[in-house]
Write a protein that binds this ligand. Structure first.
Ligand SMILES: Nc1ncnc2c1ncn2[C@@H]1O[C@H](COP(=O)(O)OP(=O)(O)OP(=O)(O)O)[C@@H](O)[C@H]1O
Length: 148
């Protein structure tokens, strides 16, 4: 059951909330702050976006396989680039979804649909090409290892 707070406590709470809101508009003053904000974005995407977690998992499996199969550095770098591209696009997709929701709330708008569908399509295209590249690079040494 909610209890009423004494006036001084309520005022202090308001002041703290106001200060926090002001701080949220502050541009990152130093490098550690910039990293902290970026880490918050990563944390948000990881905890709220199932697809992001799936891509991280697939990326980890792909790298695990690449290490086991002793791929050379160039092939490893290509795999790193493709996995990173998918994760970056997933982060941008999340950002675009947030901006669209911020702009129009829960209303339906055809432009909101286009923005979200295109952002999702960008992730899909990158994920498909990433999968193909992983297959091209991993399948031959894997089949060799399995004596096929
Ligand atoms: N405001 C809106 N107006 C019109 N269509 C919308 C709107 N919001 C979402 N949609 C449609 O619903 C789909 C799913 O939107 P939602 O915001 O739920 O994304 P999501 O399911 O989190 O997507 P993702 O799986 O890419 O993270 C969009 O791709 C779009 O087609």
């Amino acid at each position: 059951m909610p209890t009423e707070l004494p006036l001084p406590v309520e005022n202090e709470l308001k002041a703290v909330k106001l200060a926090a809101r002001r701080r949220s508009w502050r541009i990152a003053g130093d490098l550690p702050a910039s990293f902290r904000y970026a880490a918050q974005g990563l944390g948000y995407a990881f905890s709220s976006q199932r697809n992001f977690r799936i891509h991280v998992l697939i990326g980890a499996v792909v790298f695990g396989l690449a290490v086991v199969l002793q791929l050379d550095l160039i092939r490893m770098a290509v795999l790193a680039l493709t996995v990173t591209a998918v994760l970056v696009l997933e982060l941008l997709n999340t950002a675009i979804e947030a901006v669209v929701d911020l702009a129009i709330g829960r209303r339906y708008h055809p432009l909101a649909r286009i923005a979200k569908d295109c952002a999702a399509a960008a992730v899909l295209v990158a994920a498909i090409s990433s999968l193909l590249i992983a297959l091209f690079l991993l399948l031959p040494p894997l089949l060799l290892r399995l004596n096929f």
